[in-house]
Design a protein around this ligand. Structure first.
Ligand code: TXA
Ligand code: MG
Length: 329
């Protein structure tokens, strides 16, 4: 069985990847947030194969990636608020949910039959070069099996799809470690009052400052926490995850620390950021969760992370990693 090919970034590998995408194949590629699993967003059968490879429920819509903001106009209705946000944050880690144009060429499966569409222009230049070379908008969820930890290196992608054949996933483009390491902020701006659906590196106050008005927080955000039992499990390692642990580890428990360690001296630990830097912590989060999980600990205890700035997005991912698995999305 042929396995997915792994290629470094070069004009040649981008051309190979663009050709594969134009022919309905799947290609994983780096973005500044996490690695994406790309497919032609206008090709219904390519999108169907993407859902199958990810084992993702077809009710969960995908984000469409474009090289430039002006490409959004043929896909969605772009109002003034969206234009302001695109001008400030694109290319970059902000996904906008906008009304889908009636004549939008995007696959209906891609947007799960909704009358809205999620769209972003990635900050990573190679990602934009790839979209441009392919000449098509790319649907790209995180390049991992549904419900598991998102990939921030090409090796994570290879590990996630170790059992996949080259017919399922043609190519993985390797572009090093993702600089942000958390998925994009998602803002639903298809309604009167915009709703922050997923926190990320573009922060609530930056959005409010740009729009000049307050936005609402969707569930999953710290200021409007969902009851723990209702949290959908996601980003889940094999081991159970315990949050806000400051003292007393259980036997065999791994520890994911943040900042100075006080009195805790486990055998098996990683420190997200010894200096307490939230950007460094975000960039390390998914890789360290994978590494600790790989040591088959009895569980993974996680230090408290401040609920400020990027800490909000880190904590949202951690709460979902710790959520009861029966609710896994
Ligand atoms: O940073 C990112 O956004 C990465 C990189 C690869 O670009 N992509 C990513 O995709 O995180 P994914 O599929 O893992 O997450 C997309 C999220 C899902 O939670 C989905 O439910 C939501 O976007 N979404 C997509 N379309 C939507 C829509 N029309 N309305 C509401 N939510 C939507
Ligand atoms: Mg994902």
């Amino acid at each position: 069985m042929n396995t997915p090919e792994l290629l470094g970034l070069s004009p040649e590998s981008l051309a190979v990847a663009a050709y594969a995408l134009q022919n309905g194949q799947l290609v994983a590629f780096p973005t500044e947030t996490v690695y994406g699993l790309g497919a032609d967003a206008t090709n219904e059968s390519a999108i169907a194969r993407l859902f199958a490879l990810k084992e993702r429920p077809q009710i969960n819509p995908l984000i469409v990636h474009v090289a430039h903001a002006d490409e959004a106009d043929s896909l969605v209705d772009v109002d003034n608020r969206a234009r302001q946000l695109m001008a400030r944050f694109w290319p970059g880690p902000l996904t906008l949910i906008l009304p889908r144009r009636e004549d939008s060429p995007i696959s209906l499966l891609c947007s799960a039959g909704l009358d809205t569409l999620a769209i972003r222009s990635p900050g990573h230049k190679a990602a934009r070069d790839l979209i441009e070379a392919a000449g098509i908008p790319l649907a790209a969820p995180s390049a991992n099996r549904s419900g598991t930890i998102s990939p921030t290196t090409a090796q994570h992608v290879m590990d996630s799809f170790a059992s996949a054949s080259g017919d399922d996933l043609a190519l993985v483009l390797a572009g090093g470690k993702c600089s942000i390491g958390l998925e994009s902020t998602i803002l639903d701006i298809s309604c009167d009052v915009p709703v922050l659906l997923r926190p990320g590196a573009v922060l609530q106050d930056e959005i409010e400052e740009t729009l000049g008005l307050p936005i609402r927080l969707g569930s999953g955000n710290a200021a409007r926490p969902t009851a723990p039992g209702q949290l959908a499990s996601h980003y889940a390692p094999k081991a159970q995850v315990r949050l806000d642990v400051k003292e007393q580890l259980a036997p065999g428990e791994a520890y994911l620390a943040f900042g100075q360690m006080r009195g805790l001296d486990p055998d098996n630990f990683r420190n997200l950021s010894p200096n307490g830097d939230l950007f460094e912590a975000a960039a390390n989060l998914f890789a360290y969760l994978r590494e600790l999980d790989g040591t088959a600990p009895s569980s993974i205890a996680v230090a408290p992370i401040p609920e400020v700035g990027l800490g909000l997005a880190i904590n949202e991912r951690l709460r979902r990693a710790a959520a009861p698995r029966a609710n896994r999305e």
